[in-house]
Design a protein around this ligand. Structure first.
Ligand code: GDP
Length: 297
């Protein structure tokens, strides 16, 4: 389960302060020392931890007095608010083009879960938002990626546009968008190629697709289990391409949670969705506040 270790540690630390009728600076300091260690152990980015601890400490010591809460509860409220803020504050909505179709480009490294997430996202758009998505198979390099998307499309009864692996992804994306227009589909989700590492050839191709398809969203799919590597990958993709949001996959297997807690702060791009399993319905909109509540118990 996600955030297991962090949740245990943080809940242990705040438990000590919860019932306190009086909280002094030393109490806050002691709690924040534990919180800091817990966050570092959860693989949260060092700078992010530092600024988080500073913010919470300042607010918790000089906090506004509220009649309804004990001082201990007030400190916990501050921790929760700042944790929510760290993950982006508000839930981030998916863009809608003024003139359909809305184009979403899925990017990411091989194995991150891009193709799976493309299927999941299409399924969610149809189920929750009543949309008609077209899936476009533009990952021509990974053997079986096209077939995988076609299989997902069949399983979900959703249309998939493909042109094999001998045509450039840029052309496939362009033709896919035209197909969506012709068929009055209101979303196009383009599954682009990934590579094992961030490299120039990959970025050049993605930039060309971006230029030609003017996407409304560019979602970077990253594997939560890779921790700070995921944060670096996000930073690299954002610098080179400009992403609009992140989908964090495999959160179901990430017991630490470092990527989820660092990405927003480091890249300033919101986490839009989280993958919670391999099944097609295991994609959830990311709610920072709910996640903070889950961590703090
Ligand atoms: P791609 O190379 O980025 O297109 O990666 P795939 O979509 O083929 O996914 C790689 C592997 O990760 C597959 O075995 C997926 O089932 C798995 N996967 C993707 N998302 C999740 C998730 O949220 N949780 C879990 N547990 N597995 C996932």
């Amino acid at each position: 389960m996600a955030f297991e270790g962090l949740a245990d540690r943080l809940q242990g630390s705040i438990q000590k302060i919860r019932g306190k009728g009086k909280v002094n600076e030393a109490d806050v300091k002691e709690m924040m020392r534990e919180v800091r260690l817990a966050l570092l152990e959860a693989d949260v980015n060092f700078k992010v931890v530092k600024s988080f601890v500073k913010k919470v400490s300042e607010r918790a010591v000089g906090q506004e007095v509220m009649q309804s809460l004990t001082p201990g509860q007030q400190v916990i409220k501050v921790v929760k608010e700042e944790l929510t803020e760290l993950m982006g504050g508000q839930q981030s909505q998916i863009a809608t083009a003024k003139k359909p179709p809305t184009v979403i480009m899925m990017v990411g490294l091989q194995g991150a879960g891009k193709t799976t997430t493309t299927g999941k996202l299409a399924s969610l758009l149809r189920k929750k938002h009543n949309r008609k998505p077209l899936l476009v198979a533009a990952d021509i390099y990974r053997p079986a990626a096209i077939k995988q998307l076609e299989t997902l499309g069949k399983q979900l009864s959703l249309p998939v546009f493909s042109m094999g692996d001998q045509i450039s992804p840029v052309e496939i994306a362009k033709a896919g968008i035209q197909k969506a227009k012709d068929d009055h589909q209101d979303y196009v989700i383009i599954d682009t190629a990934g590579r094992l590492h961030v490299d120039e050839a990959l970025m050049d191709e993605l930039k060309q697709i971006k230029e030609l398809s003017s996407p409304d969203e560019i979602f970077l799919v990253v594997d939560a289990m890779t921790g700070q590597d995921a944060v670096n990958v996000a930073q690299n993709f954002d610098d080179a391409l400009g992403i609009t949001g992140v989908v964090l996959t495999k959160l179901d297997g990430d017991t630490r949670g470092g990527a989820a807690l660092s990405i927003r702060s480091v890249t300033e791009k919101p986490i839009k969705f989280v993958g919670m399993g391999e099944k097609m319905d295991a994609l959830e909109a990311f709610h920072p506040e709910r996640m903070a509540s889950r961590i703090l118990g």
